[in-house]
Each structure stands twice: as structure tokens, then as C-alpha cells.
Design a protein around this ligand. Structure first.
Ligand SMILES: [Zn+2]
Length: 237
């Protein structure tokens, strides 16, 4: 597990750029669709900009919305900034958010279903119960409210009706792992339904998988580093 994505020593703008490129390069979102943010210890929110090609995004394109509302950067923040803010307000344990339009989950969102994660124990373990936010116009406060309601129920993986998905994590690597697991499950279910009828594991079988895992995997130890130290490290290397 030591080689898992470890972004903790990187500046927020570098972490966001890395994950956005990975998502885009794997065709897990469209050129204009999707956005990523992180919230710092001081309440500053780093977020992908609006109007920049996801495939060409650079760290300097990432925008900072300061805790007092001041915007620092070369671009405007994502038009979906309101729902990112709504999630951070609803769930202080969430420090990173990924929103994307991956084909498997978009398919589920169009037929208005959530994938049943009881097919693969790691997916259920990572993603928990899947939330479902009813449709609201993108970029509106209404969409933020519809999503925040689901996060307030303790859900961190939410399907957005006729739109895509939004996922929260204790850090960006956590959010990305959940994102990958739920999209992979969605696609596996789509394929499985083409060749047969999927069989589901019981909640007891999922629980015994969770119980067999070591209590603390290295990547799950959440050490935070002050942003100032990260800036210094950037200068050093
Ligand atoms: Zn979207």
C-alpha cells in the first residue's frame, strides 16, 4: 500500500492538477465538465477554474477563494463553486471534493438509479452508502442544497440526477479512490447486466471483509502539513 497515491506533501494546486489530469486522461470526465476543490486549515478553498481545458490544466490555473471571499488567481473559479462550498459547510470532515461526468455513473444518473456496491467488498467498504441528489440547474444554489442534504446524511459518494457524481474525502487521494471504485463498480454492473444477472454479497460478507483489513493502513493515517511548509518545500526542490 506504500505506493498508493500519496499527495500529502504537495501544494493543493499541484494535487488538484494531478488528479484532474488523471481523471481527464482516463476519459472519466469531459473537457468542460467536472471540477475539483480542496479546503485548507484556514478555510481557503482551492478550486479548478471555469473555461480552462481539463486536458491542459496547469497548477497556476487553479484558483484560490479565500475564507473572506476574495478570489486569487488568473481565472474565475468553477461555476459549480456554490455546491463545493455547501458541502464543506455541511461536512467539516470533508477536505477535498471531486465532481465529474464519468460514463458509467452518468448512465446510472440518467436512468435514475444508484449502483448497488454489494457486488465488490472493497467498493462498499470505500464508498459506504451511495447518496442520490435530485436534479437542479447546474451552478445554482438549488443544486448545492440538493447535494448538501445527501452529505448531511453522512454520505460521501453522491449520484447527481441527470448529471454525474460528486464525491467527498478526508483528502484528495481518499476522494479519488472512492471515485475510481464507484465508477469501476458502475461499469462492471453495466457489463454484467449484458451477459447475465449480477449476484450480490450480503452485508455480513461485506462486514467480514472490513473486519479482516488491518486497522490502520499507512495511507489512511491523516497527517496534515501547514500550507506554508509546503510552499517552502516547493522552493527547496
Ligand atoms: Zn457537472
Amino acid at each position: 500500500m506504500d505506493n498508493l497515491l500519496n499527495t500529502k506533501m504537495m501544494h493543493s494546486r499541484d494535487q488538484i492538477t494531478l488528479i484532474m489530469r488523471r481523471i481527464y486522461d482516463r476519459a472519466l470526465t469531459t473537457t468542460s465538465g467536472g471540477n475539483i476543490s480542496m479546503i485548507g486549515e484556514n478555510g481557503d478553498i482551492w478550486i479548478t477554474p471555469t473555461g480552462v481545458d481539463k486536458g491542459l490544466m496547469k497548477p497556476t490555473d487553479i484558483v484560490c477563494v479565500k475564507a473572506d471571499g476574495m478570489i486569487v488567481g488568473e481565472h474565475k473559479p468553477s461555476s459549480e463553486y456554490p455546491f463545493h462550498l455547501a458541502i464543506y459547510k455541511a461536512r467539516p470532515d470533508i477536505k477535498a471534493i471531486i465532481h465529474a461526468h464519468p460514463p458509467g455513473l452518468v448512465a446510472f444518473s440518467i436512468v435514475r438509479k444508484t449502483p448497488n456496491t454489494n457486488v465488490l467488498p472493497q467498493a462498499k467498504f470505500l464508498c459506504g452508502e451511495i447518496g442520490y441528489a435530485s436534479y437542479a440547474l447546474p451552478g445554482t444554489d438549488g443544486l448545492g442544497e440538493s447535494i448538501a442534504v445527501e452529505f448531511l446524511k453522512g454520505r460521501s459518494v453522491v449520484i447527481m440526477e441527470n448529471h454525474g457524481t460528486v464525491i467527498g474525502g478526508s483528502n484528495i487521494a481518499d476522494a479519488y479512490q472512492k471515485f475510481e471504485a464507484i465508477e469501476s463498480t458502475a461499469r462492471s454492473l453495466l457489463y454484467a447486466n449484458m451477459i447475465g444477472k449480477p449476484s450480490y454479497l450480503s452485508n455480513e460478507q461485506i462486514a467480514s471483509y472490513a473486519a479482516a483489513l488491518p486497522a490502520f493502513l499507512p495511507e489512511m493515517n491523516d497527517t496534515s502539513y501547514p500550507m506554508l511548509e509546503k510552499e517552502k518545500r516547493l522552493e527547496v526542490y
